[in-house]
Design a binder for this molecule. Structure first.
Ligand code: HEM
Length: 196
């Protein structure tokens, strides 16, 4: 049934979407070099950002319930979040990067984590990172750093949003009646069928 439905849908190609988003945000080679250079200051911070991030999530009762819903989840997340954070400053934003980001979006959609959780959480990542840039960088380095960082974060949010739309489309085709069920079911199917 799921495969039949997927057959009628032209899946979004995350790499094409990434290239479109680079053009739309004006994210160019110079920004990529700035982010790679920032890695020196920012990647040692990854575990600390992960801790602060999950501390923030844990203060919201709904998100805390999700985090503690299965044993080992939080411990696993510290590591995967830190990897995600380091990759922001890798300087490589290619097809593999696009597919990884799209998949991360679907994993959240499958758990029922909505944009209302994701977008403010991304705001926290920005807040912690910008504060660190303010203290770690020289005055003249701050603006280019913030410009490049804001562009990659805009791209990250858009890739997650696009994965949510893809999940919803599949979910509604499966006949689910609420958007939440459509999100969860659609993401489940897309992840299972490994179409991303
Ligand atoms: C800036 C936003 C966020 C980022 C960058 C992020 C990053 C990640 C990454 C990289 C993974 C691992 C995906 C994989 O297995 O391949 C993950 C999984 C997960 N995230 Fe997030 N996350 C974000 C927001 C949230 C929010 C708001 C929640 C709400 C509670 C959340 C809860 C989870 C859970 C429950 C998993 C699955 C963990 C598991 O059981 O393996 N995340 N996240």
């Amino acid at each position: 049934m799921a495969s039949r439905i997927l057959g009628t849908i032209v899946p979004m190609d995350p790499h094409i979407m990434l290239e479109t988003l680079k053009r739309r945000t004006g994210f160019n080679e110079a920004h990529m070099r700035v982010l790679a250079g920032l890695g020196h200051y920012m990647t040692p911070l990854a575990s600390e950002v992960a801790l602060a991030f999950y501390d923030y999530l844990g203060r919201d009762p709904e998100m805390r319930d999700i985090l503690w819903a299965s044993p080992g989840r939080v411990e696993r997340l510290y590591g995967s979040f830190a990897t995600w954070y380091r990759e922001l400053f890798s300087g490589v934003y290619d097809a593999a990067y696009a597919h990884r980001r799209y998949r991360i979006g679907l994993i959240h959609a499958r758990i029922g984590i909505t944009p209302g959780h994701m977008v403010p959480a991304m705001g926290i990542v920005q807040e912690i990172s910008l504060e660190h840039m303010r203290t770690a960088l020289r005055t003249g380095e701050i603006f280019p750093a913030v410009e490049a960082f804001e562009k990659i974060i805009a791209i990250e949010i858009a890739l997650i949003d696009e994965s949510y739309l893809a999940a919803l489309e599949v979910g509604f085709k499966l006949g689910t009646s609420s958007s939440r069920d459509a999100l969860v079911e659609g993401a489940n199917v897309l992840l299972k069928e490994a179409r991303v």
